[in-house]
Design a protein around this ligand. Structure first.
Ligand code: HEM
Length: 495
């Protein structure tokens, strides 16, 4: 018994000594830093989960920026992480010095959890090859071919709005757009026409895959800090039942297409073509690997787009002058295109684009992006060497609400994105899709989808904010992406 107690005391003291040594990192380098606590470093306590990690990062950023720091240090557990507050350094880490900072420390486990090995989490050569091969999937030409899917999925929007306008009841905006956005992405990424049964199964497994409960949160934090250790223990990101479900759906669809020589214009078809090409080059692209990419299109594209549509419609409802200008534009452009919601018509709606871009500034769904240092880097302005394994955190929402960068940051002003004003904006101070070679691959697809959904609802309806919406917005402490407590509720009226 005494031996066991001694063992635990020794382990405890060793861990304590390790932390004490690690927490000296930034002070030794003379870098301003935020005081960490044991054992989470600057992460909020993942067990209590009282505050969202993204919100903590925003607070740290604004505090340090007010003190005049152009960068500062934090700790993710015991691992040092540098946070730039100056767009000049954002550019340095995300783009200019990409050879040193091309890893994203996003935990994945290819062996036990193949669906987690997707474009977002992969690094190095595997990422580079896949990114090059997948880039053609998102060209303007390809987006034009899938554009009709956006219009075909309008039904769910019209059903919700006609029902609530007739009844005079408020509707949950996120619910409506989540349904639209999941129909679009299941159709484009998994190659499925959506029926109710599949929709229920999909929503069950995607909810599971997107639910960041305490255990998942700990795996994510631990996996980012100690990936090898977590892989050794077989930690997963996605529940086995959900991983198996997605693999089965993709395998069945691929088999069906092969047996029936069926070809469809969607992302899955492009991934199948990629596999055939790889096979010719003597390489393989397994069903697990294909599924992982379909899955990430869904995971990365579904909620981000639905959230953007939701907050855009909220701002449109809350700012009647924006609504007037927008509905005028939508009607004029559609009239020019014989009332047809076509790719060309949506492209022409320039004020709508400004509204979407401003929404992505003020309500960016992704809190931050990160990079890991892959070889020691001498950071000249700081006169310090960033060691291999340390990381960089770029807190997007903090930069977007930085009054030194975006004057009156909490005001919704689409004119910021008028072409003449946009030209003056530093590219590295507006980052809803990240930046550099790892920038969001689906950004053009997303903007087109969001604009189309908004144009379709605005042409027939007028909106006002329902008292059910809790204002000012309060972020939910447990979500990975930004979301608000109580949801966004609007009333609508047919025009
Ligand atoms: C409003 C909608 C969206 C937002 C705000 C968004 C935001 C982001 C951000 C911030 C990143 C990280 C970039 C970085 O680290 O520099 C990212 C990466 C990514 N996004 Fe999106 N995204 C959206 C829609 C989509 C859609 C529709 C798809 C696919 C259909 C998609 C697929 C991806 C993928 C695959 C990556 C990883 C890219 C790589 O590492 O090479 N996203 N996205």
């Amino acid at each position: 018994m005494l031996l066991v107690v001694e063992f635990f005391i020794t382990v405890f003291l060793l861990v304590l000594a390790y932390y004490k040594y690690s927490f000296n990192h930034w002070s030794k380098l003379n870098v301003p830093y935020v005081l960490p606590t044991l054992p989470w470093g600057n992460y909020p306590n993942p067990i209590l989960r009282k505050e969202n990690w993204g919100e903590v990062a925003i607070r740290m950023y604004h505090d340090m920026k007010k003190k005049g720091h152009k960068y500062f240090g934090i700790y993710l557990f015991s691992q040092p992480c540098l946070v730039p507050t100056d767009p000049k350094y954002v550019r340095l880490f995300l783009a200019k010095e990409f050879t040193h900072f091309n890893f994203r420390n996003f935990y994945y486990n290819e062996k036990d959890d193949p669906v987690s090995a997707h474009l977002i989490s992969l690094n190095g050569d595997k990422w580079r090859k896949l990114r090059t091969k997948m880039t053609p999937i998102f060209t303007t030409g390809k987006i034009k071919t899938v554009f009709k899917v956006f219009v075909e999925c309008e039904k769910v929007l019209e059903q919700t709005l006609s029902h609530h306008s007739e009844k005079g009841t408020a509707f949950d905006v996120k619910d409506m757009f989540a349904s639209f956005s999941s129909d679009v992405i299941v159709n484009c990424a998994f190659g499925l026409e959506v029926d109710m049964f599949r929709k229920n199964e999909f929503s069950k497994h995607t909810k599971k895959a997107m639910n960041f409960d305490m255990a998942r949160c700990i795996v994510m934090y631990l996996g980012a800090a100690f990936p090898q250790f977590c892989r050794m223990l077989g930690f997963r990101q996605i529940a086995k039942s959900s991983g198996d479900f997605f693999i089965e759906v993709v395998a069945n669809t691929v088999n069906y297409r092969e047996k029936n020589s069926f070809i469809r214009n969607d992302f899955l078809q492009l991934l199948i073509n990629l596999r055939d090409q790889k096979r010719k080059d003597g390489e393989d692209f397994t069903i697990g690997e294909i599924t992982a990419q379909c899955f990430i299109f869904f995971l990365a594209g579904f909620e981000t787009s639905a959230a953007t549509m939701t907050f855009a419609l909220y701002e449109i409802a809350a700012n009647p002058e924006v609504y007037e200008k927008l509905s005028q534009e939508v009607r004029t452009v559609l009239a020019k295109h014989n009332g047809e919601v076509s790719y060309e018509a949506i492209k022409e709606m320039s004020y709508l684009e400004q509204v979407v871009l401003e929404t992505l500034r003020l309500h960016a769904p992704v809190y931050s992006v990160s990079r890991m240092c892959t070889k020691d880097y001498y950071f000249e302005d700081g006169d310090i060497t960033l060691k291999k394994g340390s990381s960089i955190l770029v807190p997007i929402r903090a930069i977007h609400t930085d009054p030194y960068i975006h004057p009156e940051p909490m005001k919704f002003k689409p004119e910021r994105f008028h072409p003449t004003n946009r030209q003056k904006m530093d590219q590295y101070s507006y980052l809803p899709f990240g930046e550099g070679p790892r920038i969001c691959i689906g950004q053009r697809f997303a903007i087109m989808e969001i604009k189309t959904a908004l144009a379709m609802v605005i042409r027939n309806y007028k909106f006002s904010v329902s008292p059910r919406t809790i204002l000012p917005f309060k972020p939910i402490p447990t979500t990975l992406l930004h979301d608000v407590q109580g949801g966004v509720w609007l009333n609508c009226q047919k025009v």
